[in-house]
Design a protein around this ligand. Structure first.
Ligand code: ASP
Length: 323
């Protein structure tokens, strides 16, 4: 492989970030720098309501972001959960990894750390996302914008519809020195319960990287990948000698029974690469794709994800949403 197997791959919505990140790799930069750079561009993308600025808010109309980054060379990791007021949670996560003796900060503590880094806060809601949030609440609970005085738990169950209003960006990379890295960033489910943290910053669930085997990023119903330890499961299967295609399929197959209990909301996608720089993506919705750049690429190449059917979960809505 050219450039000694350097490659970057991401979920379909990572396409806006891949060319700049590829330049970093092509110039001999690190996988960690490349995945952060790609993710930041997606976090800036106001047209993407699943990540960063203009991400959909929680039940109370607050944008709460989750993100993580992992360096496969030493398996250091940084993660933030339910971070408010900062559009680049991936960079706060990287600072957690590099500057703190911790791996994971959440909520007010994560915001405090971001302020200590000198980062300015901003309102991440746009006119459009504020309107969609309000219409979602009014559509589901007519005349009940006062609902916030009531316990939120039941409302969350009714409001959250990850088939339509979730999404995440995953970026995996291998640099020319053979190091791998992954970054994941999301605003999580729209209308989620305040404080809900999905799989994106949960190491071993939504993210894992290990130079010896590869790198994995997940999007989908985070509660399922948390329950299965999905990203780490794929890595363990690679460590056991399976190739990427069979490791990814087997890990998703293993989740089929728990997905069946969740019904049509059960969706999972993964973008993966192995230590040699081979890539593959997996989706439980048909016709999904991911994007890749490697030596010779002039733009992100769209490649079909491998479809893994979860019995009882396939719907037209899921198909629209696919990665
Ligand atoms: N995995 C994300 C979460 O559960 C959402 C998604 O990828 O659709 O927050």
């Amino acid at each position: 492989m050219g450039l000694n197997g350097a490659v970057i791959a991401g979920s379909h919505n990572a396409a806006v970030g891949l060319p700049a990140a590829w330049e970093i790799l092509a110039a001999g930069g690190t996988a960690v720098d490349a995945v952060e750079a790609a993710t930041r561009l997606v976090e800036d993308n106001a047209a993407d309501h699943s990540v960063g600025y203009a991400g959909y808010p929680n039940l109370l109309g607050e944008v709460e972001l989750d993100a993580s980054i992992m360096d496969g060379s030493d398996r250091r990791v940084g993660a933030v959960g339910a971070l408010k007021g900062h559009r680049h949670p991936v960079s706060v996560a990287r600072a957690v990894m590099e500057q703190l003796p911790h791996a994971f900060l959440v909520g007010e503590g994560a915001a405090r750390f971001a302020a200590d880094l000198g980062l300015q806060t901003e309102d991440l809601l746009t006119e459009e996302t504020r309107r969609i949030w309000r219409e979602g609440i009014e559509g589901k609970f007519p005349g009940k914008l006062e609902l916030f005085r009531e316990p939120l738990a039941q409302l969350t169950a009714l409001a959250a519809d990850p088939m339509h209003v979730a999404g995440t960006v995953n970026v995996v990379a291998r640099d020319s020195r053979g190091h791998v890295a992954v970054a994941v960033s999301t605003s999580g489910w729209a209308w989620k319960h305040p404080g809900r943290v999905g799989d994106s910053p949960v190491v071993g669930a939504g993210i894992y990287a290990d130079d010896r085997y590869g790198a994995i990023g997940c999007t989908g119903l985070g509660e399922l990948s948390i329950r299965s330890g999905l990203a780490r499961d794929v890595i363990s299967r690679l460590a056991g000698g399976q190739d990427l295609a069979s490791a990814g399929r087997a890990a998703l197959d293993d989740m089929a029974s728990m997905a069946a209990h969740v019904g049509s909301a059960a969706v999972m996608n993964m973008v993966t690469l192995d230590r040699d720089g081979a890539t593959a993506a997996f989706s439980t919705t048909p016709d999904a794709h991911y994007v890749v750049m490697r030596d010779g690429s002039t733009e992100p190449e769209k490649i079909a994800s491998l479809y893994v059917k979860w019995p009882g979960t396939e719907t037209a809505a899921g198909k629209e949403r696919g990665a």
